[in-house]
Design a protein around this ligand. Structure first.
Ligand SMILES: NC(=O)c1ccc[n+]([C@@H]2O[C@H](COP(=O)([O-])OP(=O)(O)OC[C@H]3O[C@@H](n4cnc5c(N)ncnc54)[C@H](OP(=O)(O)O)[C@@H]3O)[C@@H](O)[C@H]2O)c1
Length: 324
């Protein structure tokens, strides 16, 4: 992972939306089992997912599976709190108080002694960066977390954290959790370029299928058992279900058929072929989805220069880089 010694599988598995809201312990157990048996070693979570219930579900599965603790990596993220609109001051954000309390709560819910990765789920303009870096460093020294990272921070904010870490000889952030898919590319392919080069950084990318859009499942409408049909997720549906997007996914689906792979495999393979992507976090609500998505590793072989160029022509989303 970036410049650390930690090994993450190129595909990983996360629980946003699905755990508790869509799937129960039985399905979570089945999916995590398939993931682990296929070589996935990183399971992603956050305090805010299903208001803490997602961590509790993952914790129950981990306990039941009884895998060697050294064989997997588990994360949590703090920022939004887990009480939703009931959050009181200090029950969200990146203050020392919330970061420490959220860490303790995540350890309890996940039923583990330490978190391998602990993320600041968003930047917090109300907290001095020194307080964040010192807190994360101290949590590492206390053995409660092993590595810390950021999620959706700007390149400048990440570099500020490194400046503070260097100034006080503290352990800085080593990983960023960023959205990355065929439609959302700027941070990974443009903004972070200097960060990889200077201080180095691993990336655990999220929504590699744009919440399922890039599986082609929405090409002919919204299936009633899909994410975009869930009550309260209109904001996400409106973000992704747009004429321009659907037309491009349909063209990508045609290209994928020519290559004899699914458009989900093509889209995931495209993400993980980027050397700056450490791992793509998969989401799934059923076994068939996960089994299909795992084939992305094999599908990478089919993405030669000509295919990559055809993908670029279809999506037209490549960031324009400044000329040096
Ligand atoms: N740091 C952050 O701010 C942040 C934000 C979001 C996510 N994340 C992390 O990233 C993980 C992955 O994100 P994501 O769930 O948005 O990933 P995604 O791969 O873009 O979407 C996954 C969803 O798409 C559908 N799907 C997946 N594969 C499919 C297939 N082969 N065929 C048909 N439908 C398929 C499923 O939803 P349905 O079956 O319900 O349609 C599945 O739950 C999360 O679990 C979380 O750990 C982090």
């Amino acid at each position: 992972m970036g410049r650390t010694g930690l090994q993450l599988s190129v595909l990983s598995f996360g629980s946003w939306v699905s755990f508790h809201k869509q799937i129960d312990d039985g399905v979570a157990d089945e999916l995590m089992g398939i993931a682990y048996d296929s070589g996935i070693n990183f399971f992603d979570n956050a305090e805010a997912y299903a208001l803490g219930e997602s961590e509790k579900m993952m914790g129950r599965v981990l306990k039941k599976k009884n895998w060697e603790r050294s064989s997997y990596v588990v994360s949590s993220k703090a920022f939004w709190g887990w009480r939703g609109k009931q959050n009181k001051p200090n029950q969200s954000g990146l203050s020392r108080k919330h970061l420490v309390e959220a860490c303790h709560e995540a350890l309890q819910r996940l039923q583990v002694d330490y978190l391998d990765l602990y993320f600041c789920h968003r930047p917090d303009k109300n907290v001095p960066i020194e307080e964040v870096v010192w807190t994360m460093h101290q949590l590492i020294q206390q053995g409660k977390i092993l590595y810390w990272g950021t999620s959706e921070w700007s390149g400048v904010e990440i570099m500020e954290a490194h400046r503070v870490a260097q100034q006080y000889n503290l352990i800085g952030p080593t990983v960023e959790q960023t959205q990355y898919n065929l439609f959302e590319r700027n941070k990974i392919e443009n903004e972070y370029l200097m960060v990889y080069k200077t201080v180095g950084m691993g990336t655990t990318i999220w929504s590699p299928l744009a919440s399922g859009l890039l599986s082609g499942k929405y090409n002919d409408g919204i299936p009633p058992d899909s994410r975009f049909a869930i009550e309260g997720f209109d904001w996400l549906k409106d973000r992704w279900i747009k004429e321009g997007h659907l037309e491009k996914v349909k063209q990508l689906s045609g290209l994928a058929s020519e290559l004899e792979i699914s458009v989900a495999e093509l889209s995931l393979a495209w993400c993980i072929r980027n050397p700056n992507v450490t791992t793509a976090i998969l989401g799934a609500t059923r076994k068939e989805q996960l089994l299909q998505n795992l084939k992305a590793v094999e599908a990478m072989k089919k993405l030669d220069t000509a295919v990559l160029q055809r993908i670029e022509t279809i999506v037209g989303t490549k960031p324009v880089l400044p000329e040096f």
